[in-house]
Design a protein around this ligand. Structure first.
Ligand SMILES: Cc1cc2nc3c(=O)[nH]c(=O)nc-3n(C[C@H](O)[C@H](O)[C@H](O)COP(=O)(O)OP(=O)(O)OC[C@H]3O[C@@H](n4cnc5c(N)ncnc54)[C@H](O)[C@@H]3O)c2cc1C
Length: 465
């Protein structure tokens, strides 16, 4: 382990690997410390098409393509009385994504980071970050195999430690759990499931049940990931009746004719897993000497499969931000402010969409879905883009708001336009607000990927033009 490095990344999940790879490809010295040894288990298997252009920028697309993950053509929803498909190729026939076994996907990305020059240490956890006069300057690490420890200095720290959130939970104390999405996810893996008949090829099945919703995700090893999301309150009530987690899981599956049909004759081949505390956000996504990427900064209910998208997207933004400061003389405060604004905007936009989606439910028992409504306080806390403010406020009095919400979700997930030669075109379409041109600048800066990854001042671009 070196004593000091230009950029230190904590965590080797999608956010950490993306940031580290992109920075190493720009010529920076990057060390990544990962607590576990890969391949390691992780939930979050259903990806969005927005990961494709980022994998292109990382030079990792071919490796992922070659691995043989299940291609995902979109999603099939049974939501209350409604049934419909979301087809990624509807507007652009090159758009698709994958359903991935995360241990394999994350491992491929971490190995790719090594191949691009990132110094990766597995089995090494960051225990503490040292601040001097408010600036993050060093990290204390511990090798969890050998028990030895040490210190590494850095110019920039990217905390991509996921839900563990080293900086947010240990140092900044600024993680806030949202009032909405106080849910719990319970899931397992099945062998011998029936194929999903409706929906595009390799689709994720999402279907509501009276007190929540279930997912079904086909994986390339022939298993299917099947999970249920319900409120913590309802889960506790169920626990009083069925202390066994697996019993609650099976009961919920039986409530959905679609998912019960998929597992008819199939065998549960894993233990039943659970995760809670569904949605949180950190007050500041960046500060002197540090940035928070992926789940380390914020986390969103998995209804629209947005986690890996947010992780890789923030990884791209973080890499551009750090390189603009270290190499291109962009003012640190300005660049960090761009990062925080851009990432928060994407997160909040999806937060609103997920909430709108939940609100659009018209079923027999609306209690669970009503509880996912953004509170007035939540809405006031968001710095929303005007269009989304309209969705949030409109939903409360528009009879046909459901249709509007579905369309907004479809536009976000599939993208409204055909891809062009620009590798960010799909991403641009699916985010709609990617700050990648002077006209879409945030804090006076915009993202540039060619000829180098950086942030550019919109004013300079206008002068050059
Ligand atoms: C029930 C459920 C279902 C989900 N379904 C989906 C889905 O279908 N699609 C989707 O896109 N997302 C889904 N998600 C979300 C997705 O799992 C995450 O958003 C995504 O993994 C975030 O990536 P990340 O790189 O930020 O963090 P992670 O992937 O969690 O990686 C963080 C890494 O940091 C390491 N680490 C932690 N602490 C330290 C430390 N102190 N020192 C060094 N290393 C450390 C960890 O070992 C880990 O490898 C789901 C989440 C849940 C809970």
């Amino acid at each position: 382990m070196r004593d000091a490095v230009q950029v230190l990344v904590i965590g080797g999940g999608p956010a950490g690997s993306t940031t580290a790879t992109l920075l190493a490809r720009e010529g920076f010295a990057v060390t990544l410390l990962e607590r576990d040894h890969f391949p390691r288990y992780h939930i979050g298997e259903s990806l969005l098409p927005s990961c494709l252009p980022i994998l292109d920028l990382m030079g990792a697309r071919e490796k992922i393509e070659a691995h043989g993950f299940q291609k995902k053509g979109g999603a099939y929803f049974e939501w209350g009385p409604e049934k419909w498909d979301l087809r990624f190729n509807e507007l652009d026939d090159t758009t698709y994504s994958w359903q991935v076994i995360r241990s394999e996907f994350d491992h491929l990305l971490l190995e790719h980071a090594k191949s691009q020059g990132v110094e990766v240490h597995e089995g090494v956890a960051v225990r503490e970050v040292v601040f001097e006069e408010g600036r993050a300057v060093r990290a204390l690490w511990e090798n969890t195999d050998r028990g030895d420890s040490g210190v590494i200095g850095f110019d920039y720290l990217v905390d991509a430690s996921g839900r563990a959130g080293v900086l947010a939970t240990k140092h900044l104390g600024s993680r806030r759990v949202h009032d909405v999405f106080k849910n719990i996810g319970v899931w397992g893996y099945w062998k011998g499931t029936q194929p999903l008949e409706p929906g595009p090829d390799g689709a994720i099945a999402v279907c509501s049940v009276p007190q929540g919703w279930l997912w079904g995700i086909p994986l390339h090893d022939g298993t299917m990931s099947i999970g249920v999301v319900t409120s913590k309150r309802h889960f506790r009530e169920e626990q009083a009746k069925h202390p066994d987690l697996a019993a609650i899981y099976h009961k919920k599956i039986a409530e959905s004719p679609l998912i019960a049909g998929l597992v008819d004759g199939a065998e549960l081949v894993s233990d039943v897993k659970a995760e809670t505390d569904y949605s949180y956000v950190t007050e500041n996504f960046a500060g002197p000497g540090y940035l928070l990427a992926g789940d380390a900064a914020c986390f969103l209910d998995p209804l629209l499969s947005t986690g890996v998208h947010l992780a890789t997207y923030s990884g791209l933004l973080a890499a551009a931000t750090v390189s603009s400061i270290l190499r291109d003389g962009v003012d640190e405060e300005n660049a960090l402010s761009f990062y925080g604004t851009a990432y928060r905007k994407s997160y909040e936009r999806l937060l609103v969409l997920v909430s709108v989606f939940y609100q659009s439910y018209r079923g027999r028992d609306e209690h669970f879905f009503e509880a996912q409504r953004l509170t007035t306080r939540e809405k006031q806390g968001l710095k929303l883009h005007e269009a989304f403010l309209n969705i949030v406020t409109g939903i409360e009095d528009l009879a046909d708001a459901k249709e509007e919400a579905y369309q907004a979700v479809a536009r976000t997930l599939a993208g409204p336009e055909a891809a062009s030669s620009n590798p960010l075109a799909n991403h641009n379409a699916s985010m709609e607000q990617l700050p990648d041109a002077p006209g879409r600048a945030l804090e006076g800066l915009y993202l540039e990927t060619e000829p180098k990854l950086t942030l550019r001042r919109a004013a300079d671009a206008r002068v050059e033009a």
